[in-house]
Design a protein around this ligand. Structure first.
Ligand SMILES: [Zn+2]
Ligand SMILES: [Zn+2]
Length: 224
């Protein structure tokens, strides 16, 4: 099952579990307020029941999407049906919901639940404050969510790798700009990526050769 608690602070804990054929990381942030236990779900990729199992008895206050690729959103409808929690996604990936693409049969179409569009700003959901960064490149509507020292990077930055732009609505030049931004951010940020293991921004800036090749690129947008 590979479920693990990747963060435990006074206020919340963050649970990570890779879901589905593509092992997209779903994160559930469990926290408490005066009404009881609450949860924010990030990227419910597949198997709504498994996502709800991560949530447990907590009340889901929001479903946040780092981007609109199928491996990250295919359980949105299922989780929405069970929780009626608001869904947040950047408008740049709305077209993905309507694009006809060949996917393995376990990924049946995209979601149809209503969603609230987000852009670069502070997003307060259920008493938690996230910063939303618009980080296009891997997809037009890719964003990162920052909660205190934790950065949910979706498919834009991984441990030792970066997201491809070869999917529908990816763009190399945007990705270059996006990855360059990261070089100015706090290296102690803990990276919670859309696939594989967690890492820190500092480690990736030092050892992630793909990231470095984009940051050190010439202005033509081509990695040097
Ligand atoms: Zn993915
Ligand atoms: Zn993706």
């Amino acid at each position: 099952m590979n479920r693990e608690v990747v963060a435990h602070t006074e206020r919340y804990r963050i649970i990570k579990q890779p879901l589905g054929l593509y092992k997209a990381n779903c994160y559930v942030i469990i926290y408490k307020d005066v009404e009881g236990e609450k949860a924010v779900v990030i990227d419910p990729g597949l198997h709504a029941k498994q996502v709800m199992d991560m949530v447990g008895k907590a009340k889901v206050t929001a479903i946040l999407l780092t981007h609109g690729h199928c491996d990250h959103v295919c359980a949105v409808d299922g989780v929405y049906a069970m929780t009626k929690a608001p869904v947040y996604m950047h408008a740049g990936d709305e077209e993905l919901l309507h694009a006809k693409r060949r996917m393995p049969s376990s990924y049946k179409g995209m979601f149809t639940a209503p969603f609230i569009t987000i852009s670069e700003s502070i997003l307060d959901v259920g008493g938690l404050s996230f910063y939303v960064y618009e980080m296009p490149g891997h997809s037009r509507g890719s964003v990162m969510f920052q909660l205190e020292g934790y950065l949910f990077t979706g498919d834009t930055l991984f441990k030792d790798s970066i997201g491809t732009t070869k999917n529908y609505n990816g763009d190399e030049q945007s990705l270059t700009q996006t990855l360059r931004r990261l070089s100015f951010w706090d290296p102690s940020l803990i990276i919670l990526p859309g696939h594989a293991e967690i890492t820190t921004l500092g480690r990736e800036l030092l050892y992630n050769e793909k990231l470095k090749s984009y940051i050190n690129t010439s202005d033509t947008g081509r990695p040097s």
